[in-house]
Write a protein that binds this ligand. Structure first.
Ligand code: SF4
Length: 327
């Protein structure tokens, strides 16, 4: 029997494990595909209704002009991608978008600002946005870059439910993707968010030229956090002309499905989001991701600055698969 077949699965009775070794995570990645999918589906069913998908909408509340150098990002001011720097949106304009997202079926409204870290006036405005969005009956999420402890506490006091801050990749590959902030900076922000009592949304991106070991390292790092992120977005790189990663060799879609399945097994109680990259993904690949345990998507035609499937297309796909929005 292989190492992976011996691995203890988490169960609701036992609770999630936080001691996954890299060897164990790698052994999961290397399972025969049917075995991996079966195990992921078992874990998914033990913790969630596999016919339910959580629906989030993501709005860029401050686009472009970011000083960071994330090699995948069209909003970095360091790359010529045609994305224009804009000011922070007004509270009223954000609330109008939130109302439209709710009417279209979203249960969570995520607000993203292209910033290294939020300025004082950003925090004041985002707190007002959070209060307004919550009053509409939506869950709130923000992603504003690195946070200090007091900024996290202020966002929590305004009612923020989730803060997104991705680890992006493994600690070893990280320096090939971002040089303007460290992996530890990211872990520190996650710690501030957790200590403030805000739910953590944290995942990564695959298809950036990383190795299997890097995908293993990313999942192992996420699964070793003291508390698993409540939400784990797994993104397929969307290549944008002008960014350093444009032209990178495409990842085999089955390796993407494997990454979802391993995230599901190692972080069993987390909502795993099939995140960026769906625009270029076949229905069959997305269906495999749902079978592998993905249970959240972003809904709406745009993800910050890159395209996402239109709502009609997603509604058709969810109907075909017999999936329904999570309450
Ligand atoms: S910090 Fe965010 S907005 Fe800025 S370059 Fe990196 S990913 Fe893009």
């Amino acid at each position: 029997m292989s190492l992976a077949q011996d691995l203890p699965l988490s169960s609701p009775a036992v609770g999630p494990r936080h001691d996954w070794t890299r060897a164990e995570v790698r052994a999961l990645f290397e399972l025969p595909f049917p075995e991996l999918m079966f195990r992921a589906a078992q874990v998914h069913r033990a913790h969630f209704d596999p016919t339910e998908v959580q629906i989030s909408t993501l709005l860029s509340i401050k686009t472009g002009g970011c000083p960071e150098d994330c090699a995948y990002c069209p909003q970095s001011a360091q790359y010529d991608t045609g994305v224009k720097a804009e000011k922070l949106m007004s509270v009223d304009a954000v609330l109008a978008e939130a109302r439209a997202a709710k009417a279209a079926g979203a249960s969570r409204f995520c607000m993203g600002a292209a910033r290294r870290s939020p300025k004082e006036r950003d925090i004041e405005n985002v707190c007002a946005m959070v209060e307004g969005v919550k009053a509409l009956g939506l869950e709130t999420c923000a992603t504003l870059g690195m946070l200090e402890a007091d900024q996290a506490r202020r966002l929590k006091a305004s009612g923020l439910d989730y803060y997104n801050h991705n680890l992006d990749t493994s600690p070893e590959f990280y320096g090939a993707i971002i040089t303007t902030r460290t992996y530890q900076d990211r872990l520190d922000t996650l710690d501030h968010v957790r200590k403030a009592g805000i739910h953590v949304c944290c995942g990564g991106i695959v298809g950036m030229g990383e190795s299997l070991d890097d995908r293993v390292g990313m999942i192992a790092t996420l699964a070793a956090l003291p508390v698993h992120p409540e939400s784990v977005p797994i993104n397929m790189l969307v290549q944008v002309a002008g960014t350093p990663l444009a032209g990178e060799a495409k990842l085999d879609p089955l390796d993407f499905v494997r990454t979802i399945a391993v995230a599901r097994i190692t972080m069993p109680a987390s909502v795993v989001r099939l995140s960026a990259g769906r625009e270029d993904m076949s229905e069959e690949c997305q269906a495999l991701c749902f079978l592998a345990g993905a249970n959240s998507i972003f809904y709406g035609p745009k993800l910050l600055t890159t395209p996402n499937p239109g709502r009609d297309r997603d509604r058709t796909l969810l109907d075909k698969l017999g999936l329904r929005p999570m309450e």
